[in-house]
Design a protein around this ligand. Structure first.
Ligand code: HEC
Length: 150
C-alpha cells in the first residue's frame, strides 16, 4: 500500500534538502560563473574608458557597454558560494567567506554606482559620465583591495 507514495515522498525530501546554491552543481562552476561575469564587466568598463579617453567619445558604445555592465553587475555575488574559496584557480581571498556581511555590502554598492553610470550615459554629458565612471572604479577597487588576490 505504501509503495506508490514513495516517489512522491522522496521528491519532497529532495526538494527540502536542496541547498540555497543549487544553481551551481560544483564549486568550480560558481568560480567560472563569477570570473566570467567579472571578465565581461572589466571588458566593457575598458571600452567605456577607451571612449572617454578618445577625443570624440562614441555615445552609443558608451551607452550599450554601461547597460551591459549594469546587468552583469548583479551576477557575481551569488556565485561566492560556500566551498568555492577552495577552488585552485580562484583569486577570491578566503576572507570573503569570513567577512560575508561586509562583502555583501560592497557587492550591493557597486551595482548602485553602475546604475548611476548607466543613467548618466543617457544624458550624453561627458563630464558627468567621466565623474560617475570614476565612482564605479572606486566601488570595484574597494572590494578588490581587500578581497581579490593579486
Ligand atoms: C564585492 C567584491 C567585488 C566587487 C564590488 C568587484 N569585484 Fe571584481 N573581483 C572580485 C573577486 C573576489 C574577484 C576574483 C574572482 C575569482 O577569481 O574567483 C574579482 C575578479 C575580477 C576580474 C578578473 C576576472 C577573471 O578574468 O578571472 C575582473 C576583470 C574584475 N573583477 C572586474 C571588476 C569590475 C570592473 C568591477 C566593478 C564594476 C568589480 N570587479 C567589482 C571582487 C569584486
Amino acid at each position: 500500500m505504501n509503495k506508490p507514495l514513495r516517489p512522491v515522498l522522496l521528491a519532497a525530501a529532495v526538494a527540502m534538502a536542496t541547498p540555497a546554491f543549487a544553481q551551481f552543481a560544483k564549486p568550480e562552476d560558481a568560480v567560472k560563473y563569477r570570473q566570467a561575469a567579472f571578465a565581461l564587466m572589466g571588458n566593457h568598463m575598458g571600452r567605456i574608458n577607451g571612449q572617454l579617453k578618445s577625443g570624440s567619445p562614441n555615445m552609443q558604445v558608451i551607452q550599450s557597454s554601461a547597460a551591459l555592465v549594469e546587468t552583469l553587475s548583479k551576477l557575481p555575488f551569488e556565485a561566492f558560494t560556500p566551498g568555492s574559496d577552495m577552488v585552485a584557480n580562484t583569486k577570491a581571498k578566503p576572507e570573503i567567506w569570513t567577512d560575508m556581511a561586509k562583502v555583501k555590502d560592497l557587492a550591493e554598492k557597486m551595482p548602485g554606482e553602475v546604475a548611476k553610470l548607466a543613467a548618466a550615459t543617457k544624458t550624453g554629458d561627458v563630464k558627468a559620465i567621466q565623474a560617475q565612471f570614476g565612482a564605479v572604479g572606486q566601488a570595484c577597487k574597494a572590494c578588490h583591495d581587500d578581497y581579490r588576490a593579486k
